[in-house]
Design a protein around this ligand. Structure first.
Ligand SMILES: Cc1cc2nc3c(=O)[nH]c(=O)nc-3n(C[C@H](O)[C@H](O)[C@H](O)COP(=O)(O)OP(=O)(O)OC[C@H]3O[C@@H](n4cnc5c(N)ncnc54)[C@H](O)[C@@H]3O)c2cc1C
Length: 455
């Protein structure tokens, strides 16, 4: 019996073939996927995921897990002949435990749906990123997603207490722990978080919830140089107990997006613009303290100017500039590079990297922004007449420089295929060897997302 007959006999309508396989399954948001898979399985339960994997494993057919397809590293893109397991039907909130402050959620649940459910129960789900409407909890965990509020509550991995996964041979490993302290041997969940679908398929997770803030105070600040950005960050971390975001934009990024959005926040475009955000809890004097903090920073010459949002709507105008959606529209084949560097070195790195890129690609747009408080820098790069693949020539210029600064070639987007061949710039031979041994132990036939992360 063929693998498709086997799958269809066991899973019926959950298996799509031929014309029923739509464009959705071709590429993630990197737009580098070129192939449709041979078949798509859309399981609605952990048992169905296990059935699909054990059949594919028995037939030695490679399987690509797909979540919301918002990944930027090519990790969910199928090769010709691959089978896809799409998690879109395995969706829903299983439980919110108010005493434990946890949410048990199925992997295919869109992040925004999980966030709303937490808020309805009076909690904050701290995982948050621009793709919240489409990305899924399983994809967030598989990529160990970051985002704009990492400075307060950590990356995805820091907000997971328990996990359920299905291994390549169909074994279900249910580790749906709700406790903060649990030192019972190896921490299995951490094998799968950030493994980009190469070690197992995540089907369910227990996430940590936090108290829901009553609101947020947001300021947009103008600074003269990177040294001031770092000093301002350190002071904010020391003095603002609810600091929830610290986002820096270099001049050309800020100017480009202000112009595209038709906004003029400052008389002249500053060398650096920082969005500072603080969670508040409805206590007296919180706004005054925030204003006093900014007033002191102005008086000390750390910042040159500051605008405090008077409403949520005004705060959104700051965030729209930072999110830079206009760039996707206006710059051809935009590449958003995502690297990590020691915080004190980011300014120098950006200067050196900007010069190297301008020399190599004189007609390119290059600009910098990032979650500087988490040591994460993004580089917006676009060259006229390049397609999504050729635009990645930029990688060979940027990643060796990142290595020279002892940085990481991926802060939050993961490795997928797009960074796979540069992984040795950030990981030693011994580390890569351990990764291969783990992969071989958990997936001896190499059927799970082959060619992703490791060659
Ligand atoms: C506008 C925009 C903003 C973004 N902002 C950020 C940001 O701030 N921070 C950040 O970290 N990322 C960001 N991203 C990247 C992306 O949204 C994240 O990587 C996200 O976590 C991917 O989730 P997904 O469900 O779309 O996964 P997919 O793209 O479908 O898959 C990503 C990887 O995870 C694997 N996978 C998916 N689901 C599972 C599962 N259930 N079990 C095992 N493996 C699985 C896939 O095989 C693939 O390797 C952004 C993307 C866009 C388009």
């Amino acid at each position: 019996m063929s693998v498709i007959e086997d799958l269809t006999r066991s899973l019926g309508e959950a298996v799509l073939t031929g014309d029923r396989i739509t464009e959705r399954y071709r590429s993630d948001a990197s737009l580098t996927g070129r192939n449709l898979p041979s078949a798509v399985v859309r399981p609605a339960s952990t048992t169905e995921v296990a059935t699909a994997l054990s059949i594919c494993n028995a037939h030695r057919r490679s399987v690509v897990p797909q979540g919301g397809m918002t990944g930027l590293a090519g990790g969910a893109n199928p090769d010709a002949g691959d089978f896809v397991i799409s998690m879109e039907r395995l969706s829903g909130i299983e439980e919110i435990d108010a005493a434990a402050a946890t949410m048990t959620v199925l992997a295919g649940t869109p992040l925004e749906v999980a966030q709303r459910a937490a808020e309805d129960a009076g909690f904050l789900l701290p995982i948050d990123l621009g793709a919240r409407g489409s990305c899924q909890i399983g994809g967030n965990l598989a990529t160990n997603a970051g985002g704009i509020r990492v400075i307060r509550n950590g990356v995805a991995r820091d907000n997971v207490l328990g996990i359920e996964v299905v291994l390549a041979d169909g074994t279900v490993v249910s580790s749906l722990n709700k406790m903060i302290k649990n030192n019972t041997g190896y921490d299995l969940r951490q094998f799968f978080i950030g493994s980009e679908g190469t070690l197992g398929i995540i089907t369910c997770a227990v996430l940590r919830l936090r108290p829901l803030p009553a609101g947020r105070l947001t300021a947009l600040c103008a600074l003269d140089n990177y040294t001031h950005v770092v000093s301002f960050l350190k002071r904010a971390q020391r003095e603002l107990s609810g600091l929830s975001a610290f986002e820096a934009m270099w001049e050309s990024y800020f100017r480009f997006n202000c112009e595209a959005e038709g906004r003029k926040f400052f008389e002249t475009s500053p060398a650096f613009a920082v969005i500072l955000e603080q969670d508040i809890h409805g206590k007296d004097g919180e706004r005054e303290q925030f204003e006093a903090f900014l007033g002191q920073a102005l008086e000390d010459g750390l910042i040159g100017d500051a605008l405090i949002a008077q409403s949520e709507k005004e705060a959104q105008t700051f965030w729209r500039v930072r999110e830079g959606h206009a760039m996707d529209r206006l710059l051809p084949s935009l590449v958003n590079l995502d690297v990590s560097l020691p915080i004190g070195d980011i300014g120098r790195f950006a200067e050196e990297c900007g010069m190297a890129l301008s020399m190599r690609f004189p007609s390119a747009h290059v600009s910098f922004f990032g979650h500087v408080g988490d040591s994460n820098l993004h580089i917006a790069f676009s060259v006229p007449d390049a397609d999504e693949e050729s635009a990645h020539q930029v990688d060979a210029v940027v990643y060796p420089l990142v290595a020279a600064y002892h940085g990481s070639i991926s802060a939050e987007h993961g490795i997928g295929t797009l960074k796979r061949d540069f992984l040795d710039q950030s990981r030693s031979a011994a580390e890569l060897d351990v990764m291969r041994r783990i992969k071989n132990a958990l997936d001896p036939n190499g059927i799970l997302n082959p060619g992703k992360v490791l060659r």
